[in-house]
Design a protein around this ligand. Sequence first.
Ligand SMILES: [Zn+2]
Length: 437
Amino acid sequence: MVLSFSTNPYNNYYAANSKEFISLDKAAKQDIRPETRYDLLPGNADSFAADLEKYSKQYGYGFLLNIPTMRQIDATDANVFIYTNQIHMLETWNRVTDENVAINANEIWGARDWTRGAINNKQIAEMTATRGEIGTAQAVTLIGRKKFLERWKSTILSHQVMQLLTPEAQIAIKINKKKYQWTDPLSEETIDDGRSLLNEVLKLMRPDVQTNVYAELAKIKSIKPVDHAFNIIKWHSAMESKRISIEYKVPGAYHESQYIMDYLDASLTVEVKSFKAEVNIIRNRYLRGNPDGWNASYIAGEIIKTYNNMFEDGTWNREIGEKDQIIALTTKLTEMQAKFDKQIASFATQAAIKENPKDPAPKTDTRRSKKEHYTVEAWRLIKKEDTVSVKGKNYFWCTGDHWSGGEKHNGMYADHKTCDHDSWRKTVDDKRAARIA
Ligand SMILES: [Zn+2]
């Protein structure tokens, strides 16, 4: 059992009262100031995991993130255990169980008997000669040093997990402190087990993996080369990272053949004739029973190679044609503008509801009642200029009482100006009254 050949100082053993230990411990705990602190929202789960992974390498606690589900006793020493069948806490979603976590916490802090141990009031067990942790003259043995390192890393992990959370999220987690807190019966001091605490965070941040994967599967189809300025390498990275993120969550949910089809279809949206021809050759061969047994990485490799060759010899830039690029980018922009306008219109409606929560059209009014309300086109609710021209007709921004979707809008494009609103209203009401009579 070798402890000290690592170049990472956090992988060496130091006595708990040594200067080195105290300064490294402070650097890993008090001095930690993460750039981003996260709320317990599913949308933050991937970034939180990426930050923690980075810290785990720096502070040498990566092994703690990999939870063993089996333990065997070493044939040569009854105090040495071999841990196997690990499940990675960050690279899988909802696979590590509370039991897996509790058993392993008990290995580090408790009785080390491969059980969950006490549910409440968890007591830290001392290092003992029986377990081979203390040798002659009370010296800490190699087994003891390993245990000490595990304990130290576990406290670094719990500290850094907390630091990565917003104060509100920390409070939400502390409600479950019984699940991760251990007490030292000698000093009455409490410590937090890193894995148990992380487990509580992940359970809240990653609640429903199926829903999440469903959303991501829909998203991957919208990752197109146009979003990456037709740089195939960058687009490829975006596709791969999304695919890996789905694979972590529900292994096998995104079937390789489906990924290959999505990949080929997206490649075919690039308007470069020679490139499209090459992609089509690959696609046809794949669809005709894939006789060469190509997998996703082979096909992606071929497509990237084709792109690189065409980029080098100038074919790419010659054929991509600025016009096509501009058309594609404009289409993208128009789509985004439409989404944006829709969002603004919905905000405008929400604001109107807020302003006039109990102000529906009066029943005696001859105006259309809520039951038969109609909705104006979204653009009419978004102010640009006082006067706009749409399809050859002028519209004016009128701040009189107008209705859309059953809600009042004091601001809408109409065929009259604000100053003419009252006379317009009278004309409309008169006409309607005449129709009813
Ligand atoms: Zn008006």
